[in-house]
Design a protein around this ligand. Structure first.
Ligand code: HEC
Ligand code: HEC
Length: 489
């Protein structure tokens, strides 16, 4: 327990106290029984890495709210989660049947892309005293890469659609009532590829039933929707940005973080009541720092890459100091014609939606400037970029090498399965990013929806891996140097 707690430092007192106070429940693996690949080495905030001006008590409260307070109706309960393996396909079911309850729980964590807190609870759901599971922000904003669980890292293995389908099937078998999510997901796609979600359309549909004060109006018809999947941006860049989202249309602020809470059960009074919680959550997000590259770096090659980066990339992505910290970040929006990446996300958010957001409580009723017709996508800060694979807003490019070699990007790819016994699973140190198999077509053996979601098919709408051909002007040895330099950011 102690050694794991030391990893936390920043949140040490809170988390370890909570973990110590909470007895291990039946069927819940204790830390010592947790296999390493699902272990809870969350990178929190070492004191030395915290910048000046960070409000530490607020940030600590924010972390506690994120991990212990349910802001939405519960999705399912412990009983459903412990029986869910019974609806898996035959091979997985047979394996689960032979496993202990604790092993089965870890199989389910791996299948759905969940990571564990030190208590053994999932980071992605708040589990209350009654065993009710409620999704939280970490569902999409805390993930694993290269054998580490990192807060604020996009959860690129979250299998929301598969989890929801299998929860529904389990509830039906157990004759338990379905939640709004179980039913809503029959009409609204949650995501077509593991690790990406239709999150933006969730926001559009929920905002459609609200007025500027956030009162709920159930008599309205559904809004026009263009479903598409996105990879989430890493939270550690929040502090560097002034505008949020891939097209930078929203000014940053704690109210902007509350859009995810717009389910019908949460009336306008809830938003006002929870505002302080979200000030604290914002403080925690602000305090996050990018994770350091955990493998060897060829320092000489990286140093050679720096001036090349500064010449060819910095005008959009900014410049970085000796320790990789952001020196100057321009926050440039690059027109869609110029960047040439998939345009679906940009267009799916209509000026009508953007204006209703602008006029609402979230934006202090029009107080802040909102871009109702952004020209393209923001060139993001590249801090900790080694960790946030796959790349581009739709997560279509598996590694930084592929980002630098547009012509070699795979049409269809799938991440290599995580080997639990391996120390550093699923990370490609050579190409820097997710280790993959690539394909020309979706393989025939991918028959079920669940299996298909394991493949990223760039030919599907909203999933193109085209564009961002700026690195094409570089010679191969220059690309190699830039790739090495990117590891230092
Ligand atoms: C179902 C997945 C999902 C959940 C749950 C979720 N987000 Fe996100 N989040 C996303 C995606 C996808 C984006 C990118 C949206 C875009 O730019 O179009 C995003 C963007 C953001 C951004 C903007 C970051 C940037 O750099 O521009 C912030 C901040 C954020 N989310 C905070 C939160 C908070 C706080 C919660 C919980 C209250 C939350 N999110 C819950 C998927 C999710
Ligand atoms: C003209 C501006 C511009 C230039 C020049 C440029 N980029 Fe980008 N870059 C962008 C934009 C815009 C995006 C986001 C595109 C998207 O997500 O669809 C991006 C995305 C990226 C990403 C993916 C970020 C993520 O979080 O997924 C990486 C990595 C990157 N660029 C590296 C580079 C490198 C290296 C160079 C120089 C060789 C470079 N870029 C040159 C505008 C630029």
């Amino acid at each position: 327990m102690l050694s794991r707690c030391l990893i936390f430092r920043f949140t040490l007192a809170t988390i370890c106290a909570a973990a110590a106070a909470r007895p291990t429940q039946a069927g819940e693996p204790s830390l010592s029984s947790a296999p390493t690949s699902a272990s809870s080495t969350t990178k929190a905030l070492p004191h030395s890495n915290r910048g000046a001006g960070v409000n530490a008590p607020a940030a600590e409260r924010g972390y506690r709210r994120l991990t212990t307070k349910a802001y939405l109706p519960a999705d399912f309960d412990d009983e459903v989660f412990s029986n869910i393996w019974e609806v898996w396909e035959a091979a997985a079911r047979e394996k689960a049947a032979k496993a202990t309850p604790a092993q089965r729980r870890w199989m389910a964590f791996a299948r759905y892309g969940l990571t564990a807190l030190p208590s053994g609870s999932p980071a992605q759901y708040v589990v209350d005293g009654q065993g009710q599971w409620t999704m939280n922000c970490f569902a999409c904003h805390q993930g694993r890469i290269a054998g580490q669980t990192i807060s604020g890292l996009p959860n690129s293995t979250f299998a929301l659609a598969t989890l929801t389908e299998e929860v529904r099937a389990t509830k039906l078998r157990m004759e338990k009532p379905l939640s709004r999510m179980d039913i809503g997901s029959l009409y609204m796609p949650l995501g077509h590829t593991r690790g990406t979600t239709n999150a933006v359309m969730f926001g559009v549909v929920l905002m459609n039933f609200r007025d500027a004060e956030l009162n709920v109006h159930t008599d309205r018809g559904p809004p026009p929707m263009v479903h598409h999947d996105l990879d989430a941006p890493p939270w550690w860049n929040y502090r560097t940005k002034k505008q949020l989202y891939y097209d930078g249309f929203v000014p940053k602020g704690h109210r902007a973080l509350m859009q995810f809470l717009m389910v019908r059960e949460n009336g306008p009074e809830k938003f006002r009541e929870w505002e302080d919680d979200y000030r604290d959550i914002e403080a925690w997000i602000e305090a996050l720092r990018p994770p350091k590259y955990p493998f060897a770096i060829d320092r000489e090659l990286a140093a050679a890459g720096r001036p090349i980066f500064n010449q060819h990339c910095a005008s959009c992505h900014g410049t970085y100091g000796d320790e990789g910290a952001v020196a100057n970040y321009p926050g440039r929006v690059v027109s869609i014609a110029k960047v040439g990446t998939d345009p679906v996300r940009l267009r799916a958010l209509t000026p009508v939606h953007r204006s209703s957001y602008a006029a609402s409580w979230f934006n202090e009723f029009g107080r802040q400037p909102v871009a109702t017709e952004p020209a393209g996508y923001v060139a993001p800060p590249l801090s900790g970029i080694w960790a946030s694979a796959p790349y581009l807003h739709n997560g279509s490019v598996p590694t930084l090498w592929h980002l630098l070699h547009a012509e070699a990007r795979p049409a269809v790819w799938r991440r290599l399965p995580e080997g639990r016994e391996q120390e550093i699973e699923g990370y490609d140190q050579k190409k820097v990013g997710v280790a993959i198999d690539s394909f020309q077509e979706l393989p025939e053996q991918a028959r079920s929806l669940r299996q298909r979601r394991e493949y990223f098919d760039t030919r599907q709408p909203g999933k193109s891996a085209a564009g961002h051909t700026f690195p094409e002007t570089l010679a191969e040895d220059e690309k190699r140097a830039v790739l090495e330099y990117l590891k230092t950011l």
